[in-house]
Design a protein around this ligand. Structure first.
Ligand code: SF4
Ligand code: FES
Length: 261
């Protein structure tokens, strides 16, 4: 295939960026999207130009490092597929493809298509540890957990922290990510002691990092490569409000007025 790529180039966080067009020839339909970028980079290096910086690690859809907005869609046009697992057979000869980094102020561009996603690590840190002794594998098997909860926790744990949900949301909200990370513990007995505290601390950390709030656009669910459903956001919201109601520490209401007898 012969393609035209319009790629966001930006030297560093301080420099302004712009779209640069590259013609690329002889792309195999069997190559992955990242292999196609490798092919272009090899040529750029041979010609003495700076290669295009982009994030990747596993290239198997499990690490969450690849973060490309392809033709306006985080991870590209293929449903439930990371950019590294997207193959060129989903494009046509002669296509012009636009490639941009995640767009969200909480994910500043480091260079070209690479963004700083450490805000997600800080949200996870704010969630804290589980304080119960989880024991080893046989102990885990000895704790009765309903099939429904075990499957829901496992589904939530599939979140790979890629950040596509943020890039797709018009509010740049991280609620789907936060909700998935909270749910993987909230659905299990080991996650109960800090469940409400965790919900508050993670949502507060999300706000501190500059992510927006959820206003039910559902764009996050549409682009999530792991098909994390928005029902986890509803569960997180319930825990958040419950925490505010049951705990004076977390209540947004002013403390009750002391009435003298
Ligand atoms: S919820 Fe989905 S889109 Fe968001 S970080 Fe997790 S895997 Fe990526
Ligand atoms: S490179 Fe690991 S999920 Fe894409």
């Amino acid at each position: 295939m012969n393609l035209t790529l319009r790629v966001w180039r930006q030297k560093d966080q301080q420099s302004p960026g712009s779209m640069v067009a590259y013609a690329i020839e002889g792309v195999s339909e069997h190559s992955s999207f990242l292999e196609m970028l490798d092919q272009l980079n090899e040529r750029l290096v041979t010609e003495g130009e700076d290669p295009i910086a982009f994030d990747h690690d596993c290239r198997e859809g499990i690490c969450g490092m690849c973060s490309l907005t392809i033709d306006g869609v985080p991870h590209g046009p293929q449903h439930a597929t990371t950019a590294c697992q997207l193959h060129m057979r989903h494009f046509s000869d002669g296509d012009a493809i636009t490639i941009e980094p995640w767009r969200a102020s909480a994910f500043p561009v480091i260079r070209d298509l690479v963004v700083d996603r450490r805000a997600f690590d800080r949200i996870i840190q704010a969630g804290g540890y589980v304080s119960v002794n989880t024991g080893s594998a046989p102990d885990a098997n000895a704790i009765p957990i309903s099939k429904e909860d075990a499957e829901a926790a496992f589904d939530a744990a599939q979140c790979i922290g890629c950040g596509a949900c943020v890039a797709a949301c018009p509010n740049a909200s991280a609620m789907l990510f936060v909700a998935a990370k909270a749910a993987q513990l909230a659905r299990l007995p080991q996650g109960q002691p800090e469940r409400l505290k965790r919900a508050i601390h993670m949502v507060e950390a999300m706000d501190r990092e500059g992510f927006g709030n959820c206003s039910n656009h559902y764009e996050c669910e549409a682009v999530c490569p792991k098909e994390i459903p928005v029902k986890y956001i509803a569960e997180l919201n319930r825990d958040f409000f419950k925490a505010a109601l049951v705990s004076r520490e977390f209540s947004p209401l002013p403390p009750p007025v002391e009435i003298e007898e």
